[in-house]
Ligand binder design. Structure first.
Ligand SMILES: Cc1cc2nc3c(=O)[nH]c(=O)nc-3n(C[C@H](O)[C@H](O)[C@H](O)COP(=O)(O)OP(=O)(O)OC[C@H]3O[C@@H](n4cnc5c(N)ncnc54)[C@H](O)[C@@H]3O)c2cc1C
Length: 461
């Protein structure tokens, strides 16, 4: 069974084959899905020698939420919103609550999640453990910066409330710590005030990478949310041509009279379900080149003030359930890196390498990050981040990604732990200067190595 959210009740303890969203590197673990914190404590106490890791909705692309031969605790039954203060916009929720649930709860009172990744099908626990970022990183930082406290079940079975203000060391090891400091049971999330559930969007089509970078830089402070979708196969004078969408939540006055009647309406829908029988090789340099050409030409050269739904603007891929199957049985590898401002040439070189290799990334996204935070392993730093996804069986992919690793490292950048499935341990250590502090804290907190995942074993986290 892969990526079906398994098992009701905490007692089931079946052997299950798991992958991440990229559907590469399946491994088998004992999986349980506790329904309350006591059952989580029991599962942790009964951890086998290969240890335990939490799993939310399995949307990390890699094997961060897998544990070959060990225990995986799925949190999706810990899905209660414990309290919601509609005046202050603070939601206290169990860690398996999804961002979609938070939106359904908050929006009627005018509150939206502070940070949303490109899918709302992630849990609060997963959002904190990866310290996820969204299109508003330059303005709002990453998810953990909006979490006043969390309740953590430590590897020794003790439960502790961890607030950034009181215990910054443990808090900032847990935020971005990929589940390796313990199992989060609950968290408080400070939501963001909005007047409507629609976004007022400006769209611009750029001719090349220079124009893309210049536009994003010039408009950084003009919009709360911003992202560029790139044509990764364009080359020469068209290298890095993009469609950039930027926006902010609309005011009621921006809406047509019909929408103004219910300005906070939010009806999440999934229109299609991708079947599990896509032929291998469907996503290739020819189909991606065609799709990119069509999508680039369809975009307006410049359009202002278009009103879009939350789904269209933030989560276009959520419209198709299981869209990851489109890559066929070989799955796909996400590669996301950040390089500091000043290293724009690395973005250019990467795009040159990718288009020269004819490596077909179906979804290629560039954005600017604002300041980083205290997370020992948090990904964002001030700079440019480029996310790519390639069919895992793309010829020459390993060599291409090795070259990108070297460029990113030389530029002082890093890859994202929620996505990486192949970087060597020494390369990762060179990219994350605070990894040693993280390892030190883990050695003190978890001397027996109870918390473990396929990712932590590969990278020695
Ligand atoms: C379509 C798509 C778009 C995406 N866009 C973005 C984006 O824009 N920005 C971004 O930052 N990320 C993005 N992601 C990645 C995603 O947001 C993260 O991987 C997130 O961590 C997934 O949450 P999850 O609930 O599915 O967690 P899982 O994938 O199940 O687990 C992820 C990590 O969280 C840990 N974890 C989960 N729950 C707990 C818990 N209760 N206690 C302790 N540890 C826990 C796991 O051990 C694991 O290490 C995207 C993913 C997809 C599929």
């Amino acid at each position: 069974m892969q990526n079906r959210e398994p098992l009701d009740g905490g007692r089931a303890n079946a052997s299950v084959t798991l992958t991440g969203w990229g559907r590469v590197e399946p491994t088998v673990a004992r999986v349980s899905a506790p329904g309350d914190s006591n059952q989580v404590a029991v599962a942790l106490k009964e951890a086998p020698d290969r240890g335990v890791i939490a799993r939310g909705l399995g949307r990390s692309y890699n094997n961060a939420a897998q544990n070959d031969g060990g225990q995986v605790i799925v949190t999706t039954s810990l899905n209660r919103i414990v309290a919601f203060d509609a005046d202050a916009g603070i939601a206290v929720c169990e860690s398996g609550v999804s961002l979609e649930q938070l939106m359904i709860t908050g929006l009627p009172a005018g509150w939206f999640v502070p940070v949303s990744p490109g899918t709302r099908q992630v849990t609060v626990g997963g959002a904190i453990a990866a310290d996820v970022h969204g299109k508003n990183h330059h303005a709002a930082g990453s998810f953990a910066q909006h979490v006043p406290w969390l309740d953590l079940l430590l590897p020794d079975g003790q439960e502790r409330r961890v607030a950034a203000a009181d215990d910054p060391r443990l808090f900032w090891a847990t935020a971005g710590g990929m589940g390796l400091t313990g199992i989060m049971l609950r968290a408080a999330v400070q939501l963001t005030k909005v007047q409507t559930s629609r976004v007022r969007v400006d769209t611009v089509r750029t001719a090349d990478i220079d124009e893309t970078l210049a536009y994003l830089e010039a408009t950084d402070s003009s919009y709360g949310y911003s992202v560029a979708w790139l044509d990764c196969l364009a080359s020469g004078a068209r290298l890095g041509r993009s469609v950039i969408t930027s926006g902010d939540f609309a005011q009621p006055a921006d809406l047509a009279p019909k929408l103004r009647r219910n300005p906070l309406e939010f009806r999440p829908v999934t229109r299609l379900n991708a079947p599990d029988m896509w032929p291998p090789g469907l996503i290739n340099q020819y189909t991606v080149a065609l799709a990119n050409e069509a999508w680039y030409r369809k975009a307006p050269r410049r359009r202002q003030g278009e009103i879009q739904t939350i789904g269209t603007f933030f989560h276009p891929l959520d419209g198709i359930r299981n869209w990851n199957r489109v890559y066929g049985p070989g799955g796909f590898r996400q590669y996301q890196f950040v390089v500091p401002f000043g290293a724009e040439s690395t973005i250019r070189t990467s795009l040159e390498r990718i288009s020269a290799a004819r490596a077909p990334s179906f979804v290629t996204v560039l954005k600017r990050f604002g300041p980083g935070n205290d997370g020992l392993l948090s990904f964002p730093m001030p700079g440019w981040t480029l996310a790519l996804d390639f069919p895992a069986r793309t010829p020459g992919l390993a060599g291409l990604l090795n070259s990108l690793d070297a460029d990113v490292l030389a530029a002082g950048g890093r890859v994202y732990l929620a996505k990486d499935s192949r970087v060597p341990a020494q390369t990762l250590a060179a990219m994350y200067p605070r990894l040693q502090e993280f390892r030190q804290l883990r050695a003190e907190l978890d001397p027996a190595g109870v918390m473990a995942s396929d990712l932590s074993r590969r990278l020695g986290l």
